[in-house]
Design a protein around this ligand. Structure first.
Ligand code: HEC
Length: 400
């Protein structure tokens, strides 16, 4: 009963999280685009910086941007912040439901670090806070005065932190922790810097004073960071469904490349939308990096078959079935014995010879090429058994 409820709760939270995330990313992409397409117009009031004409949903819009307060401050101002806050709140709740409630399976891998699930949860929350504090401090420090130096520093910082996570949490735990940290940095940028600064600026505009330009610059710096982190954060969230990404030896290089891809693509659009000569090379660079990710994911996975000329041990199917029954079917069966599972996870049954044959490719990806399954290696499958499984499944394929 409890497992059924948790499963349903996870569905509700995931749905909400995705929708809020789309609304947040959508509105931030929209405003970046709008900002870049504003053009000066002599018909506008003197305080207006520029305007853009847009067409959508059967109507025309003239969007005008004021840098200083317009003659009369409107009674109602729309603030764009709840998209970001809802994304974080639903995301953190989802982290609790999927990872913290099942920390032993998804956050901890005792072959990486043998810690009690409760400590892993404590560390996970601690890193979200500490990561933000370090990032925020560097933005405010003298490093923050030069945006290129700061960007280079943040890049190295994030990759180093991720490398550390990989030595504390399970691979998939490290990926989600990194996604959660980047997401937390982005939302905290909105909550603790961008919105409070905007509020102070609006207050001084209403009071007829000149707002402190520094406030605007700080907000701008954080907005730029958020823009460049948008694509990587989404990648980190979905990577959890791809063991060949999180469970591969070079996963930390993959993360560095993902940051690079996120950067070059958003860089392209910042020129393209502004109507400046577009750096088309950015797409080439992104494609090369994506290709590298695919290659690294492949060569970094367990290459049990690499030496095809060597005599492969003959593994009878009965041995394959024996390993799978011993290590997998406590969960992947009609009535899982493992506590906390109401039904076979992902509807995947590995309890009969036919089912094992039918899912040979998936077993190879999840349990041989990578160590994604069993989660946290809770049923203690050995590396030797993983290789036997791989060879047995490969022989099965060749008779098919
Ligand atoms: C402790 C319970 C448990 C054990 C033991 C276990 N699994 Fe899983 N398995 C899960 C859970 C939970 C998921 C869903 C993970 C997710 O949400 O991404 C899963 C997902 C999978 C998937 C992905 C299915 C899909 O459609 O996405 C495969 C393949 C898989 N397991 C294979 C195996 C193999 C092979 C073994 C044995 C070597 C094994 N599992 C052992 C719990 C288990």
């Amino acid at each position: 009963m409890e497992a059924v409820f948790v499963d349903f709760l996870s569905l509700c939270l995931r749905w909400l999280h995705m929708i809020a995330g789309m609304a947040w990313i959508g509105s931030s992409f929209y405003f970046i685009h709008l900002d870049l397409t504003l053009k000066p117009d002599p018909h506008l009031p003197a305080e207006a910086q520029g305007a853009a004409w847009e067409v959508h949903g059967g109507g025309f819009y003239q969007m005008v941007k004021y840098l200083v307060a317009p003659q009369r401050m409107p009674d109602k101002l729309a603030w764009f912040k709840w998209e970001a806050y809802t994304t974080w709140l639903s995301g953190f709740s989802l982290l609790v439901v999927t990872f913290y409630l099942n920390a032993q399976l998804f956050l901890v891998d005792k072959t990486v670090l043998d810690i009690e699930p409760i400590y892993a949860i404590g560390l996970s929350i601690g890193f979200l806070i500490a990561g933000w504090l370090v990032y925020d401090a560097t933005c405010k420090s003298s490093l923050g005065r030069n945006e290129n130096v700061l960007a280079a520093f943040e890049f190295v910082f994030l990759v180093a932190v991720f490398y550390g996570f990989l030595h504390i949490f399970s691979d998939r735990g490290a990926f989600i922790e990194m996604g959660a940290l980047i997401g937390t940095m982005m939302v905290a940028n909105v909550f603790l810097v961008i919105i409070p600064n905007q509020k102070k600026m609006v207050a001084s505009l209403i009071a007829g004073e000149t707002p402190d330009a520094e406030l605007g610059l700080q907000g701008k710096q954080r907005s730029v960071h958020n823009n460049y982190l948008t694509l990587p954060v989404v990648f980190m969230m979905i990577s959890n469904h791809y063991p060949l990404i999180f469970g591969t030896k070079y996963n930390w290089v993959i993360f560095a490349l993902v940051l690079g891809i996120g950067f070059v693509i958003r860089y392209f659009y910042s020129f393209h939308h502004a109507g400046k000569p577009s750096p088309w090379w950015a797409w080439g660079a992104a494609a090369v990096m994506m290709g590298l990710i695919g290659w690294l994911s492949w060569i970094g996975s367990n290459s049990y078959q690499q030496d095809a000329r060597a005599i492969r041990p003959h593994v009878p199917f009965s041995q394959v079935q024996e390993i799978v029954t011993a290590r997998c079917s406590v969960c992947h069966a009609a009535t899982p014995v493992w506590p906390g599972f109401a039904a076979a996870p992902k509807g995947l049954f590995l309890d009969t010879a036919d089912n094992i044959r039918a899912h040979a490719d998936q077993i190879e990806i999840y349990a041989v090429r990578t160590k994604a399954m069993p989660p946290g290696n809770v049923t203690d499958i050995s590396d030797a058994d993983r290789n036997l499984l791989g060879n047995g499944l490969a022989q099965l394929a060749s008779i098919k």
